[in-house]
Design a binder for this molecule. Structure first.
Ligand code: HEC
Ligand code: HEC
Ligand code: HEC
Ligand code: HEC
Ligand code: HEC
Length: 398
């Protein structure tokens, strides 16, 4: 008791001391010098009142306590991958690295290694001290690098959701090589894959929403994307609309908001789904009840729900690529499966995977694109289904 009181006083003293340095009387605190490398301090806005956000009571303006709690249950907080703090990873896996990228005007994903890293938190997406509010750190459109030869980079512009795509995009630091190329369809075109990581980095959700980034075979007619791609509300809110629907009303707080979750499954008898945004009157309406939706894509799925369809046929594609008899026609040298039993790319520098015609490797690319995308068709059912169907058709060619 005594010790904790002494500690509290000490803490209070330290904060007061800090405040005299940063200017608690309201003058502008020292802003982090832009461009001069990482300082970790963005400063405090003039006239900032600490208790607006740090109150002993519950605030009903920003609900900081509730939002902090929600965030603390999110994968951002507890996914555990902020140990990816090396130069080429920290820019998306840590708050400190993300701030560095922002300072550099997003010109590079490679930052200085972050020691004592913290996961993507409040000060990644916001700058509450320097701005004295919770506006998004950045809302500008995001250019996402294309990893398919001949396909231009894509510009992601979904308003409020743009901050998400700053990280939920392919990683440029270790680009897959060689890139797949839809025009390499001649029987003399061979692609040599030497890495078991021959796929774009995991967060391809933004590309999926836009309907880009997948491998499109030259002789297959792709008929566009699902209504999500150009929906007026989603064009303004993007990822935020669905993943951060406000947890208001009964049962709030385990999905949506700063949990970023669409489903809560831990320690509950049946999963809690975040259907708030789907049920928007301008979207699916109040009776909407499932992510496994039978939508405009029904004709493509033979009437199955989109998630059921994607999971089933993703499995089919994976099984085909594990079967030497299926893929040997398109493999140079000693026939071997394209995927290992555990589902990784069956290639290394000493035992490369050679595919002919090279364009056929697009099926392998699409498999990982869909597998890592994570929504199993929710983000863009029509595009996802077509990528899958064209890939399976490609491997079934005589
Ligand atoms: C606009 C809201 C806002 C205002 C105003 C604000 N802060 Fe903060 N501050 C935050 C948020 C959000 C965090 C992140 C920590 C958390 O609550 O999870 C934070 C974190 C901190 C931390 C780190 C504590 C920790 O455990 O992470 C300190 C110290 C701090 N603030 C001091 C201050 C001081 C001093 C002032 C007034 C000069 C102030 N803040 C004003 C929002 C604010
Ligand atoms: C600073 C980079 C960054 C930003 C900005 C960011 N994310 Fe993330 N996100 C990540 C990382 C990294 C992970 C994986 C974390 C881990 O596993 O440790 C992740 C995980 C997630 C997950 C959970 C994935 C899973 O498999 O459980 C969701 C959902 C998500 N993010 C949605 C969003 C949304 C929505 C936004 C925008 C509001 C956003 N993210 C903004 C980096 C970011
Ligand atoms: C451009 C941003 C970005 C960079 C740079 C980045 N990552 Fe990630 N990474 C993400 C996001 C976003 C996720 C979460 C994706 C999801 O859950 O859909 C993620 C997920 C992961 C995962 C989890 C994969 C899984 O199966 O769930 C691992 C492992 C990982 N990253 C490792 C790394 C390593 C190692 C580096 C550096 C060499 C790195 N990342 C660089 C954005 C990035
Ligand atoms: C991955 C990005 C991300 C992280 C991390 C994040 N936020 Fe947010 N936050 C957002 C986005 C996007 C919105 C806008 C939500 C909307 O429009 O519905 C938002 C909205 C808010 C708002 C409401 C803003 C307003 O003007 O009413 C508050 C308050 C807030 N966040 C606090 C926090 C706190 C506190 C933390 C840390 C515990 C945090 N955020 C972490 C992305 C993030
Ligand atoms: C139309 C609503 C909607 C939009 C827009 C949307 N998502 Fe999702 N997303 C979902 C749903 C629903 C799931 C869960 C599917 C499942 O697991 O059943 C999901 C799954 C995910 C996952 C897989 C991990 C998880 O939490 O299940 C990630 C990561 C993700 N979304 C990120 C994003 C990002 C980043 C954006 C913006 C580029 C985005 N989403 C846009 C609805 C949406």
């Amino acid at each position: 008791m005594r010790t904790s009181m002494i500690l509290s006083f000490l803490l209070f003293f330290v904060i007061c001391l800090g405040l005299t340095f940063i200017g608690c009387k309201g003058e502008q605190g020292p802003a982090g010098p832009p461009g001069e490398g990482f300082t970790g301090l963005e400063g405090f806005a003039a006239g900032i009142k600490c208790a607006t956000c740090h109150s002993s009571d519950q605030d009903t303006v920003y609900y900081v306590a509730a939002r902090r709690y929600q965030w603390s249950t999110s994968t951002h907080a507890i996914g555990g991958r902020s140990e990816r703090n090396a130069a080429s990873c920290a820019g998306c896996h840590t708050t400190e690295g993300f701030q560095q990228r922002w300072r550099e005007g997003w010109t590079t994903q490679v930052v200085k290694q972050v020691d004592n890293p913290s996961p993507p938190g409040c000060f990644a997406c916001h700058s509450p001290h320097a701005r004295n509010n919770f506006t998004r750190r950045d809302t500008s459109a995001v250019t996402i690098t294309s990893f398919i030869d001949g396909v231009p980079d894509a510009v992601f512009d979904y308003g409020n959701g743009n901050i998400c795509a700053r990280c939920h995009q392919t990683r440029t630091s270790s680009p897959m090589s060689p890139k797949p190329n839809p025009t390499k369809t001649a029987t003399t075109d061979t692609i040599t894959i030497t890495s078991n990581r021959w796929y774009p980095h995991y967060g391809v959700n933004a590309q999926m929403l836009m309907g880009t980034g997948g491998f499109q075979f030259a002789d297959y007619t792709y008929a566009g994307s699902s209504p999500h791609t150009n929906n007026t509300i989603l064009k303004q809110e993007g990822c935020v609309k669905c993943h951060m629907a406000e947890p208001i009303g009964g049962g709030g707080g385990v999905v949506g908001g700063h949990t970023f979750k669409t489903i809560h499954e831990e320690e509950v008898a049946s999963p809690v789904y975040n259907l708030t945004s789907c049920r928007d009157a301008a979207c699916h309406g109040s009776s909407f009840s499932t992510f496994d939706y039978i939508s405009q894509s029904s004709a493509l799925t033979g009437g199955q729900g989109v998630q059921t369809y994607i999971e089933r046929y993703l499995d089919t594609l994976g099984t085909m690529m594990k079967d030497t008899n299926v893929v040997k026609k398109w493999t140079v040298g000693t026939p071997k499966p394209w995927l290992t039993a555990s589902g990784t790319v069956n290639a290394s520098a000493s035992s490369p995977l050679r595919i002919v015609p090279a364009s056929r490797a697009g099926a392998l690319y699409n498999y990982f694109f869909l597998e890592h995308e994570g929504s199993f068709g929710v983000h863009n059912s029509k595009y996802a289904i077509q990528l899958l169907q064209s890939s399976i058709a490609e491997l079934r060619k005589p």
